[in-house]
Design a protein. Structure first.
Length: 468
C-alpha cells in the first residue's frame, strides 16, 4: 500500500491526515511553521484560525449547515474539535481558537499512523514513487513550493487580497451604549450590538473613506500574477489611494466597501435589520456586531470588519463606534495575500492534478473559500488519497451533495473568470422546474434540496472504504 504525504498544517491538511489515517494509511504531515512563518499566522499551531473564529451558520437547512451535516456524517475530525470548543455565537458555530487548535494537535500527535515533520517542503514530486501527495499549504504557500507547483503544471495562477478582523478587549467595551441581541432573534442573544445614529454613521464613513491605508506590496499591485512574481514579504508604506487589487468579493475590507457607496456598509456588515434595540424598540440606523472570541469571553471580534488601514488609523476610527470609545484592541485588522490555483484547468473532481494524478490539492489553494469549506476539502482529499493508496480509483462526491457541488464548481467553473467560492445554494443542483413552480416557499425548496443532498451523501459514504 502506498504512503501518503500531506503538506500543510492548517485546516485541510490535518483533516486529510486524520481521514486517511482512519482508513488505514500511513501518513506524514509536513508543516513549515515555526521554522518559517507567513504574513498572517501568529503561531506554529495546527489549524490556526487566522481571520475569525466562526465556522458559519448552524441554522437548519441553510447551505453552511448542510455542508457541516455532511461532514459530521463522514466523521470530520476537525468539526468534532470545533463542536467541542464552541463558544456562544447565536445560530453560528464559533470556536475558542486556542482550544480548537489544541484539540486538533492532540488528535494528530496521538495517532499512531501519523508522523509529524516540522520542515519546509520546497519541491513537489514529478513522479509517483509510491507516495500520494496532498498539497494543502493554503493561501500563503511559500514561494519555493509555489514555484515548484507552477513548474509542474505549467499553469498561470491567481492572487487576491484577504483580510483579518480586529479583536477588542471585552473589559473595555462600554455596555451602557450597546445591547445584546441575535439578528431576528435567531438563536441566543450572544452578539454585542453597537448602534449608530445617522449622524454617527455619517461621521464614521467620512473618517473611514479618508483614512490612510497600508500601501499594497509589490506582489499585490496586479490582480493576476504568476507565482514567480509573488515574493513573500516587503516593508509596508502608506498611501491614501486605493491600490489596484483583485479582492474576493465575500471578504472586502470595510474601507473598500465604503468607497463603493455611502450606504453600502449599512447593507453589508453594518446592516441593522433584525437587531431591535430594546431601549428604543426600533432598529438602529446602522450597527456593528461583536462576536465572542473565546470561552473566557474576555475578547470579541468585530464581525465583518476586516480592513487594511494603518494601525494608528484603526485605533482612531474604530473608537468612533458607539461603545468602543475607550476600547483596547488586542489585534488590529490586517491584510494578507491569498493565492489559489486555476482549479478548472488543473483539477479533476477527485482533487487530483489532471497531469499528475498522484498529487491532490486541498483547501483554499484549490479555490474554496472559508474555514468549513477548507476542512471539507481536506476531508475529501484524505478519503480520495486513501482510496488511491489502497489501489482504488476514488469516486467523486455526489453532485447533489454540498461537498460534491462545491467540488463541481471549482473543477467546472469558467477558467477565465474563476473566483474562490463559499458554499451557497447557488452551487447546488436546483429543483426541477415543475417542482419549483409548485413550491413557492424558498425555505421549503431549500429543505428538499438538503434532504436530497444528505440522501445522496449517505449513499456515497456507504460505498467508501470502511475505517481500519
Amino acid at each position: 500500500m502506498k504512503k501518503i504525504h500531506i503538506i500543510g498544517g492548517g485546516l485541510a491538511g490535518p483533516e486529510a491526515a486524520l481521514q486517511a489515517a482512519a482508513l488505514g494509511c500511513e501518513v506524514t504531515l509536513s508543516e513549515m511553521r515555526p521554522l518559517r512563518s507567513t504574513e498572517a499566522h501568529q503561531t506554529a499551531d495546527f489549524a490556526e484560525l487566522v481571520c475569525s473564529n466562526s465556522l458559519k451558520s448552524e441554522s437548519e437547512n441553510s447551505a453552511p449547515w448542510l455542508l457541516k451535516q455532511e461532514m459530521r456524517r463522514a466523521n470530520s475530525f476537525l468539526l468534532q474539535a470545533a463542536d467541542a470548543s464552541a463558544v456562544p455565537a447565536g445560530h453560528a458555530l464559533a470556536v475558542d481558537r486556542e482550544i480548537f487548535s489544541q484539540r486538533v494537535a492532540a488528535l494528530i500527535e496521538q495517532h499512531p499512523r501519523i508522523t509529524i515533520r516540522r520542515e519546509e517542503v520546497t519541491e513537489l514530486p514529478a513522479q509517483d514513487d509510491g507516495v500520494i501527495t496532498i498539497l494543502a499549504s493554503g493561501p500563503l504557500t511559500s514561494s519555493p513550493l509555489a514555484q515548484s507547483l507552477q513548474q509542474l503544471t505549467g499553469a498561470t495562477h491567481l492572487a487576491f487580497y484577504d483580510s483579518i478582523s480586529p479583536i477588542v478587549d471585552a473589559s473595555t467595551i462600554d455596555m451602557s451604549r450597546c445591547y445584546l441581541a441575535a439578528r431576528w432573534d435567531k438563536g441566543t442573544a450572544d452578539y454585542i450590538n453597537c448602534p449608530f445614529t445617522r449622524e454617527e454613521y455619517d461621521a464614521f464613513i467620512d473618517a473611514l473613506t479618508a483614512a490612510e491605508r497600508v500601501q499594497a506590496k509589490p506582489w499585490e499591485n496586479v490582480a493576476h500574477k504568476s507565482w514567480e512574481q509573488i515574493p513573500d514579504s516587503s516593508t509596508p508604506t502608506t498611501n491614501h489611494k486605493s491600490p489596484t487589487t483583485n479582492y474576493f468579493e465575500g471578504c472586502l475590507p470595510i474601507e473598500e466597501t465604503a468607497r463603493r457607496g455611502r450606504d453600502t456598509l449599512r447593507f453589508g456588515p453594518m446592516k441593522p435589520a433584525g437587531l431591535t434595540d430594546p431601549r428604543t424598540g426600533r432598529w438602529p440606523y446602522a450597527c456593528v456586531q461583536l462576536r465572542q472570541e473565546n470561552l473566557r469571553a474576555d475578547s470579541y471580534n468585530l464581525v465583518g470588519f476586516q480592513n487594511s488601514l494603518r494601525f494608528g488609523e484603526q485605533a482612531r476610527i474604530l473608537r468612533m463606534i458607539p461603545g468602543l470609545e475607550n476600547a483596547k484592541f488586542l489585534r488590529y485588522g490586517q491584510i494578507h495575500r491569498n493565492t489559489y490555483i486555476n482549479a478548472p484547468t488543473l483539477l479533476t473532481e477527485t482533487l487530483q492534478l489532471k497531469q499528475h494524478p498522484h498529487i491532490l490539492i486541498a483547501g483554499q489553494l484549490s479555490g474554496v473559500e472559508g474555514y468549513t469549506e477548507s476542512i471539507a476539502g481536506g476531508l475529501l482529499a484524505g478519503r480520495f488519497a486513501a482510496a488511491l493508496a489502497h489501489g482504488r480509483q476514488p469516486e467523486p462526491a455526489p453532485r447533489l451533495s454540498a461537498n460534491g457541488s462545491l467540488t463541481h464548481y471549482i473543477t467546472h467553473a469558467d477558467a477565465r473568470h474563476f473566483q474562490p467560492a463559499n458554499i451557497t445554494f447557488d452551487l447546488l443542483l436546483p429543483l426541477e422546474d415543475d417542482l419549483r413552480k409548485k413550491i413557492r416557499d424558498k425555505k421549503e425548496r431549500h429543505r428538499i434540496q438538503c434532504e436530497r443532498a444528505l440522501a445522496a451523501w449517505d449513499s456515497w459514504l456507504g460505498k467508501s472504504l470502511a475505517p481500519a
